[in-house]
Design a protein. Structure first.
Length: 300
């Protein structure tokens, strides 16, 4: 039987990889809609200038909170975190809920290129949160194949969350009220939802782009939206091969697969630090010993 620690990690990454294998779409999801431009919308200034100004405000604010939500068939995915762009640091609480496994919740902290930690918070019969462990150290205990996905799950590049990469690398073509329609990196759009989604599409860099709608409130950038179906169509247009099992999302592009990102409290004072040393354990090759170490931390 697979040890509990490795089983939880495997379930987390496998469930997130449902995107790469085709989820059951018989559920009745309530997607986040993506608005398209109105044919009668009145001119409201240069959309590119509005986006540049709003993006500059995000950069100058430096810090903030983000929330990513998606309903994909039976899966409900939610990521909530905070970021510090100057320090290239981010935190995230990532949860996946599916009827047959319940909900799994994971915390993560990524600081710069050298520091990334995770812990299991709840799910899979856990009675308390686990200790923290280094993401990079997983490669030393025989789960090398899971390390890139675990890093991408929350980090992006050097601690910059992928939902923020979408904003930093975005371009805008049209404006419809408080919505700016444009494009951004497919790696960021897809990776904001699932760790294994970019890998399934063969995305290895940021040059390929997909459609996205940026949202303004009183001139401030407050988030973005897209659809799974749009991501897959844009991937094909960019010359990528969409796995056959994922093509179901193209059929449901108008009724499921909504992805929504919200930004809030930009510029707020916050501190992102590594977990306390006394709550970090070192992964070891022996699964039972690693499990014992993971569950040795006191309850909070």
């Amino acid at each position: 039987m697979m040890p509990a620690m490795r089983f939880r990690l495997a379930v987390l990454l496998t469930v997130s990889a449902c995107l790469a294998t085709g989820c059951d779409t018989h559920a009745d999801p309530k997607p986040a809609a993506v608005s398209r431009p109105s044919e009668t919308a009145a001119p409201q200034g240069d959309p590119k200038e509005a986006f540049r100004d709003a993006r500059l405000d995000v950069l100058e604010a430096n810090t903030g909170f983000y929330r990513v939500s998606a309903v994909l068939g039976p899966l409900t995915l939610l990521t909530q975190g905070q970021y510090d762009l100057e320090r290239e640091a981010t935190t995230a609480r990532y949860s996946i809920a599916q009827p047959d496994i319940g909900q799994i919740v994971v915390d993560a902290v990524v600081i710069g290129e050298g520091g990334g930690w995770m812990r299991f918070v709840s799910g899979m019969d856990m009675t308390k949160p686990s200790c923290w462990f280094s993401i990079a150290e997983l490669a030393r205990v025989g789960v090398e194949q899971d390390v890139p996905q675990a890093e991408l799950l929350v980090g992006g590049v050097a601690g910059v969350p992928l939902p923020l990469e979408v904003i930093l690398r975005g371009t805008v073509d049209h404006r419809d009220g408080d919505r700016l329609l444009g494009h951004s990196t497919l790696l960021g759009l897809s990776g904001s939802v699932s760790a294994k989604f970019p890998a399934a599409l063969g995305l290895v860099d940021y040059d390929k782009t997909g459609r996205v709608t940026f949202e303004l409130t009183d001139g401030r950038l407050t988030g973005w939206r897209t659809r799974m179906g749009d991501i897959l169509q844009d991937a094909e247009r960019a010359g990528l091969e969409v796995p056959k099992a994922m093509q179901v999302y193209q059929d449901y592009k108008d009724s499921m697969g909504g992805i929504s990102v919200l930004l809030s409290q930009t510029g707020r004072d916050l501190t992102i630090e590594p977990p306390p040393r006394e709550l970090i354990v070192t992964p070891v090759a022996d699964d039972k010993e690693f499990e014992r170490r993971l569950m040795s931390c006191p309850e909070e």
